[in-house]
Design a protein around this ligand. Structure first.
Ligand SMILES: [Zn+2]
Length: 346
């Protein structure tokens, strides 16, 4: 009998699978809006989409028609007479994203966090609260330290932070800090200007330190719905620096999930891709994470190093919560046993 994928590849490697998310991931998860039908804004329709923003700009006579939000925001940022207006715009944006909620049924974001393990990391540029909410509602399904570690590279509207300690404390916004018992404050957001300061806010700085160190050790790196916009040039430089010389990463695997055509993707991520060690998909469920869920790095490692073909065991896209729990069961069992063995031998 053929051994099942969740056994054969169980935790062959310790190196993480890093997944980087951009706005396209949230767009793919909720093409028609989230639980409250709030639409995911793009830079081109941002003012019209974020509730209250066009009325506010009209009130102050600021012309936004036909302008990309990135350009509009940058021009306000560069002129100090607009400081108050700019801060009010930031409040409106924060409130809009903070209101977003995952629908009650399992979503692509639930599938994403359940398709990775405690070894792995999800770094997101998105302000929306979906990864945080998906982590919270799936924690009990996989047990302690078995969800991927989240990093918020532009801040996040779901996360509460206390930066008073050497190790920054994070939790639900408004809950008490476990160290000083003061309420956790809002995370700052980094807004779309060309010259972002990734060091000014301690929480964002620590997220960047986290993603850089993860990239150095990552075996797989998947970029999902992130278009590397021109205002993020510095971000992509930082990521590339941490990944290092692609010719020295000749066994690692890059995955790209994006609706853009493959040639354009290869060009966009050329600095990261070593020869043919990449796979590109327009749909999350046909990516390595979707097909070899919870074992993506193991399957890829075994294929590249040991020439063992991987067996697919995809996360069921249309399953109910109960069905997802059933699907997870053999994985969690194998993982718990592997970790027990590891702790016994150490
Ligand atoms: Zn504290």
């Amino acid at each position: 009998m053929k051994e099942r994928a969740y056994n054969r590849y169980a935790l062959s490697i310790k190196r993480p699978h890093l997944v980087l998310l951009g706005a396209g991931a949230s767009k793919a998860a909720f093409p028609n809006g989230e639980k409250n039908s709030l639409k995911m804004p793009l830079m081109d329709d941002f003012v019209e989409t974020v509730n209250g923003l066009s009325d506010y700009l009209d009130e102050y006579g600021i012309d936004y028609k036909g302008q990309n939000f990135e350009d509009l925001y940058s021009s306000l940022y560069d002129n100090s007479k607009y400081n108050d207006i700019r801060q009010n715009i930031e409040e409106l944006i924060y409130d809009y994203f903070a209101l977003m909620e995952l629908p009650d049924e399992p979503t692509l974001y639930d599938h994403l966090v359940l398709s990775l393990t405690g070894r792995d990391v999800i770094a997101t540029f998105n302000w929306d609260p979906f990864i945080w909410q998906a982590m919270c509602r799936n924690y009990h399904r996989v047990g302690d330290n078995n969800l991927p570690h989240p990093l918020y590279l532009h801040g996040n509207t779901a996360v509460g932070v206390c930066t008073e300690h050497e190790k920054i404390q994070i939790g639900h916004k408004g809950h008490l800090c476990s160290k000083c018992r003061m309420p956790l404050g809002r995370s700052k957001l980094l807004y779309p200007i060309g010259k972002k300061d990734y060091n000014s806010d301690p929480y964002i700085k620590s997220s960047w330190n986290g993603v850089k160190s993860c990239l150095e050790s990552a075996y797989m790196f998947t970029i999902f719905g992130y278009g590397a916009p021109s205002s993020d040039v510095e971000a992509v430089d930082l990521l590339s620096e941490a990944w290092g010389d692609k010719y020295k990463r000749n066994m690692e695997q890059i995955g790209v999930v994006d609706i853009v055509d493959e040639n354009a993707l290869c060009k966009r991520w050329d600095r990261f891709i070593h020869t043919h060690h990449y796979d590109a998909h327009s749909d999350f469920y046909s990516s390595m994470i979707g097909k070899c869920s919870r074992r993506s790095a193991d399957a890829s490692f075994n294929a590249n190093y040991n020439c063992i073909a991987w067996e697919e065991y995809p996360i069921p896209k249309n399953a109910s919560w109960d069905e997802l729990d059933e699907w997870l069961k053999p994985y969690i069992e194998v993982e718990n046993n592997a970790w027990l063995r590891e702790n016994d031998s150490s």
